[in-house]
Unconditional design. Structure first.
Length: 139
């Protein structure tokens, strides 16, 4: 990815997405229109173990690679789906998931306005990113 990343970093705003000092996704902000964004995502590693939801409605176009998605439902069911490029999907802020087997995948993501805060599933309840960090670092 070296050359592509260097070129993208010169033109667009880069954001390293990760936790505890580990970057699992590269994100470039391609366009900002008020509260909407167009991102380019490059997946490096699987999501951390906790399922999460997103604060915004978004549409994702997977144009290179593949990934596995574990979808978590309110009634504690979980389903697994495998997606391969090209693939277009819409996600609701209520959609709780975890992405794996994704190293090297690329997607374009169009996000709408913020509807809620990020949430992470911990056991049977949803917690904030701050609570998750505190849980991971421990007392």
């Amino acid at each position: 990815m070296g050359r592509a990343a260097g070129w993208l970093n010169r033109i667009f705003n880069y954001e390293a997405i990760g936790r505890s000092g580990v970057t699992y996704m590269d994100r470039w902000v391609l366009l900002k229109l008020r509260d909407r964004r167009l991102y380019l995502h490059h997946f490096r590693l699987d999501d951390p173990e906790e399922p999460h939801n997103h604060p915004r409605v978004f549409i994702s176009f997977l144009f290179r690679g593949s990934y596995r998605e574990e979808v978590f439902y309110p009634d504690d069911r979980m389903e697994t789906f495998d997606f391969q490029a090209p693939h277009l999907r819409r996600f609701s802020p209520r959609h709780a998931h975890r992405i794996s087997r994704c190293a090297g995948a690329w997607s374009l993501v169009l996000v709408g306005r913020r509807r809620q805060s990020w949430g992470f599933r911990s056991g049977t309840r949803w917690i904030s990113p701050e609570e998750l960090d505190a849980k991971r670092t421990g007392p």
